[in-house]
Write a protein of this length. Structure first.
Ligand code: F6P
Length: 316
């Protein structure tokens, strides 16, 4: 079978490991694997190339995605999708493995409706995809954030300051939750665990009274203006506060072992599903096992609130 593979949406460490596994496992079973450039933009422009066992050599440890990625507005048009499927059929490509987040899965569902055999792999640092315990890239991003928190704690302690650390995650608080626990944050503010300004300010007043020299607040992006919040805290609690918005640094870097393994397992599983004539599904990891779920059960669905929130109350 001829199979296309693409990465789409925000890049995530471990995407290369997943592509590599699709290529390695795919060629092992006698398939031809085509790497589509820059996500769905590569389907719009009919831009792809044959990938071989050798062409993915050295990719396991590389951050980003060597195929390139995009958030293609053009691809949302039905006529563009139809043309893309025609182009793929002309090349003899019957199946696609798409690696990305919710937006990528929406595109995949449209392609499936048009007759493509599609498998989705969850690739995003946000860990915001229903049907999987973890997404490819999440663990590496958590490591990057924890490293930043540790460094910020050093300087905060030296200056007797509070640090606000704003992290990515879009509408999901898992990056803040996991990194906040690992970094010993005093407060974790996420879409699932909303801000209680009064509680934070009162606790910081107590910290100051008791001579504490630092405090860390980890907060998910888009909830407030971190710099303005730092000024409010400084004024109202007397605890000097600075904000750091970590930004895109969270998406880069060499994937950690968990993401290399997850990408490798998921990429291989995608090929095994196609071998078994199973498609129109996305892959997940549940309690350590590979699973597949129809796109319609995952797209637009919220994940249940993480049970680690119970831990936060006890350890922060
Ligand atoms: O989905 C991954 C992510 O990094 C989010 O955490 C963030 O909100 C968004 O992408 C940023 O997107 P862009 O790269 O388009 O600015």
């Amino acid at each position: 079978m001829k199979i296309g593979v693409l990465t789409s949406g925000g890049d995530a460490p471990g995407m290369n490991a997943a592509v590599r596994a699709v290529v390695r496992a795919g060629t092992l079973y006698g398939h031809e694997i085509y790497g589509i450039k820059d996500g769905y933009a590569g389907l719009v422009n009919n831009n792809m190339e044959l990938l071989t066992h050798e062409s993915v050599s050295g990719m396991l440890s590389k951050g980003g995605t060597f195929l390139g990625t995009s958030r293609s507005e053009e691809f949302k048009k039905t006529e563009v999708q139809q043309k893309a499927v025609e182009d793929l059929k002309q090349r003899g490509i019957e199946a696609l493995v798409v690696i990305g987040g919710d937006g990528t899965y929406r595109g995949a569902m449209e392609l499936a409706k048009l007759g493509m055999k599609v498998i989705g792999l969850p690739g995003t640092i946000d860990n915001d995809i229903a049907g999987t315990d973890f997404t490819i890239g999440f663990h590496t991003a958590v490591e990057t954030i924890v490293d930043a928190i540790d460094k910020l704690r050093d300087t905060s302690t030296s200056h007797a300051r509070c640090s606000i650390v704003e992290v990515m995650g879009r509408h999901c608080g898992d990056l803040a939750l996991f990194a906040g626990i690992c970094g010993g944050a005093e407060f974790i503010v996420t879409p699932e665990s909303p801000l209680n300004k009064e509680k934070i300010i009162n606790r910081l007043k107590d910290h100051k009274k008791n001579g504490r020299r630092h405090a860390i607040i980890v907060i998910t992006e888009r909830l407030l203006d971190a710099h303005q919040f730092a000024e409010e805290i400084t004024e109202q609690s007397g605890f000097a506060t600075r904000a750091t918005v970590l930004g895109y640094i969270q998406r880069g870097g060499s994937p950690c072992p968990e993401d290399r393994i997850l990408g490798s397992r998921m990429g291989t599983y995608a090929i095994e599903l196609l071998n078994d004539e199973i498609y129109g599904v996305c892959v997940g990891v549940r309690d350590g096992r590979m699973v597949h779920i129809p796109f319609s059960n995952v797209v637009g669905q919220k994940r249940p609130k993480n049970e680690l929130y119970n831990l936060v109350k006890k350890v922060s």
